[in-house]
Design a protein around this ligand. Structure first.
Ligand SMILES: Nc1ncnc2c1ncn2[C@@H]1O[C@H](COP(=O)(O)OP(=O)(O)OP(=O)(O)O)[C@@H](O)[C@H]1O
Ligand SMILES: [Mg+2]
Length: 468
């Protein structure tokens, strides 16, 4: 059942709207001031906001643009008196879905609210549909719609068909193994085996006997012939996880397999053949390892015929909401729980975090939150490291943005984040930002972010739109 927040300072109006909407089957929440309303929006999932433009603590239009900036997914219906049609028009321009002139008819309220929610639903559905159409079969486990991930998908599609060796690079948790498996699934070898080699922990001789097999009696303990992983991967794909950890002497043998397509089991005299496609992954900088003499240059060139660099999550933050939605749904299903909702404040923290552990870290954070939270994931269910992220700079939109505007937008984002965390107490917000309270006040004034009653009454400033 959708939840509607009624933000109006008049108790009578709140009562009327509340009962009309409740009768129509909506859950309602009420707030009497801008501060209260914004807090509610940050704390709980709200599907629609009914906003009175005449609020005691802040100009309604300013509240509207703040809501649009912080919670772009929440449709806003503006309620306003007949006399201020102009502000209603400005409201539409600021992104309100509709305005209801007072006095309003009850049916009209329900109709407009339903319309706005229907539009919201259609937009979301359309987005999901598009995503599904764009995702090629075999790639759907890999979540991402950002341009950098689109490039990854494109390379996977092109590379999968060939037999070329592929090198996947990327920080820990960026999905290297996931991509390796997708490459295999999309390749003509899909029905063959996919064999993973974790070279890291093994001493060279054990690694070699694992890879190439050995013949009986070739060393103490070799009581029978053993088939190696290369042979096991025949007609399929062999995946070298952390190729950078393969010891130098084994690298020479690996190079030979790549060049000659044949290998020598430990203790054998007859080389063996295997029809195998090699995929390697590394989170180490192989170029540097080559420079340091710890990785063979010739092997490096053999491996990187096709390279797929995976972007760290912090460089594709636009994928965070989709990842959260999908990973939560998956975790909920695995844990036999209902899919929880995520509060806007939580989503903001998730968007702001730098994710050194990338998607794996996000996955862990969500799983923990799912277990701790009861139907709603709020800031309390996030680890401190994620909750305390600093707000990041506004990213450059496609059509460009002047330096001054971008800096101003970032300043506003910082100010409003600090104010939010300080529950509106300016002195505390100034501390958080390491500013003098007077400096903070100056900046708030400059950005038109001061509540009305704090400004000097002598010169009423125009309400500067504070879009971020
Ligand atoms: N784009 C993605 N979409 C969905 N899940 C992802 C994505 N990237 C990574 N994951 C998930 O994150 C976890 C880590 O992924 P994976 O093991 O492939 O990373 P990795 O790059 O191999 O990390 P490492 O270098 O630490 O081995 C897995 O559970 C994987 O399913
Ligand atoms: Mg891995």
């Amino acid at each position: 059942m959708p939840t509607v927040l009624i933000l109006d300072d008049e108790p009578v109006i709140r009562d009327v709207l509340g009962s009309v909407l409740a009768k129509a089957g909506f859950v309602t929440r009420e707030a009497a001031t801008a501060a209260e309303g914004l807090e509610r929006l940050a704390k709980e999932p709200i599907d629609l906001l009914l906003l009175d433009l005449m609020l005691p603590d802040r100009p309604g239009l300013e509240v509207l643009s703040e809501v649009k900036a912080r919670h772009p997914e929440v449709p806003v219906v503006v309620v306003t008196a007949y006399s201020s049609v102009e502000s209603a028009i400005s409201a539409m321009r600021e992104g309100a879905f509709h305005y209801l002139p007072k006095p309003f008819r009850n049916e009209e309220v329900v109709h407009v609210v339903k319309q706005a929610l229907e539009k919201k639903r259609l937009v979301a559905e359309n987005r999901a549909l598009k995503a599904r159409l764009n995702a090629p079969p075999g790639l759907k486990e890999i979540i991402g719609r950002s341009p950098s991930m689109e490039r990854v998908f494109e390379t996977i599609r092109q590379a999968a068909a060939s037999r070329s060796t592929i090198l996947i690079t990327g920080e820990s948790g960026t999905g290297k193994e996931l991509v390796a498996k997708a490459l295999h699934r999309l390749s003509p070898r899909a029905s063959g085996p996919f064999v993973t080699v974790h070279s890291g922990a093994l001493p060279p001789d054990l690694l070699e006997s694992n890879l190439f097999g050995h013949v009986r009696g070739s060393f103490t303990g070799a009581v029978a012939d053993k088939k190696g992983l290369f042979k096991a991967a025949d007609q399929g794909t062999i995946f070298f996880d952390e190729i950078g950890t393969v010891p130098l002497e084994t690298q020479a043998k690996l190079l030979r397999v790549l060049q000659e397509r044949e290998f020598l089991p430990v203790g054998a005299v007859e080389p063996q053949h295997a029809d195998v496609r090699v995929i390697a992954a590394t989170n180490a900088d192989l170029v540097k390892l080559v420079a340091d003499g710890r990785f063979r240059e010739d092997l490096f060139y053999r491996l990187c015929v096709i390279t797929i660099p995976l972007p760290p999550l912090r460089e594709r933050r636009e994928d965070v909401p989709l990842l959260v939605e999908t990973l939560l749904a998956r975790a909920a299903a695995e844990n036999g729980k209902a899919v929880p909702s995520v509060t806007p404040a939580t989503m903001k923290a998730l968007l702001d975090h730098d994710w050194p552990g990338n998607v794996r870290e996000l996955e862990n954070v969500l799983e923990r939150a799912l277990v701790l939270g009861h139907g709603v994931i709020d800031l309390d269910q996030l680890p401190d490291t994620v909750r305390r992220s600093v707000p990041r700079a506004a990213s450059l939109p496609a059509e460009g943005l002047s330096f001054k505007d971008a800096v101003a937008a970032y300043e506003r984002a910082l100010l409003s984040a600090a104010l939010q965390r300080a529950s509106g107490v300016q002195k505390r917000a100034a501390e958080l930002l390491g500013l003098k309270p007077t400096t903070l006040n100056e900046m708030l004034k400059r950005h038109g972010m001061l509540p009305r009653d704090v400004r000097e009454p002598a010169e009423p400033e125009p309400a500067a739109p504070s879009r971020v």
